[in-house]
Design a binder for this molecule. Structure first.
Ligand code: FMN
Length: 221
């Protein structure tokens, strides 16, 4: 697949055909994704390919309340779970909102739990007074490479972080080693039709010249 097409047309896919994805394909996707960059090339990733139906259902049961909370918070118009100026916490329990990806997790062709070994991540902003973010840069490119590698094979998928918020429950379910963080659960499978038009903001809305308060970058000379 052409790189630019892959970059511009890899959408999030949350429903799949019933076709199984062979182990050899999952292996080859991870074999491509391992070339992702990471700080100091320390490659902090660990992946559990979750096949056991009971583990999957237990995972989904832990993730579902996070989804319900996310939806309820999103209705405020502010970003759910944002550490800066986010949606205010709920005052009542969130209603159950159907989500086939989790409700039917047993039928999802591939479920990958991705963890990061925190001892291999240089958190460059760990000493600042704001919440650190740079460490994620050593693991999320790997997750994105999984999705691109899957797309190159005609598959679709989505990266989710529900299980991360529920790590006190999902970590032990998955045998998460100490000193590791559960960073994503990635779902993959065959799709009927790929979405090719993604909604994204234009360059002028986020790129400026010289400083972040500079003039919007344009494509002109
Ligand atoms: C770090 C990260 C976390 C995400 N977490 C979730 C999630 O928990 N659940 C979910 O359904 N999608 C999740 N997504 C997928 C986003 O919702 C998706 O990338 C975004 O809405 C754009 O969708 P599109 O590519 O189909 O346009 C996540 C994506 C990223 C990069």
């Amino acid at each position: 697949m052409e790189t630019r097409v892959a970059l511009r047309q890899t959408a999030s896919v949350r429903s799949f055909t019933g076709d199984a994805v062979p182990n050899s394909v999952v292996y080859s996707i991870l074999d491509d994704a391992r070339f992702a960059p990471s700080g100091g090339n320390r490659q902090p990733w660990r992946v559990a390919v979750v096949k056991d139906t009971t583990v999957r259902r237990d995972l989904a049961a832990a993730m579902k309340p996070v989804w319900n909370e996310y939806i309820a918070l999103a209705q405020t118009g502010r970003t759910p779970f944002a550490v800066v100026d986010g949606a205010p916490p709920l005052t009542t329990a969130a209603a159950d909102v159907p989500f086939p990806l989790l409700d039917d997790i047993a039928s999802v062709p591939v479920v990958l739990a991705v963890a990061a070994d925190l001892s291999r991540i240089a958190t460059m902003d760990g000493q600042l007074s704001r919440p650190p973010i740079s460490g994620g840069g050593s693991i999320y490119p790997f997750c994105w490479s999984i999705l691109l590698a899957a797309r190159d094979r005609g598959l679709g998928g989505v990266m989710t972080t529900f299980a991360t918020r529920a790590e006190p429950i999902t970590g032990p379910l998955l045998g998460l080693p100490s000193g590791h963080a559960l960073v994503a659960t990635i779902f993959l499978g065959n799709v009927d039709k790929h979405v090719t038009k993604l909604r994204r903001n234009p360059v002028e809305s986020f790129a400026t010249t010289d400083r972040f308060d500079g003039s919007p970058l344009t494509s002109g000379a």
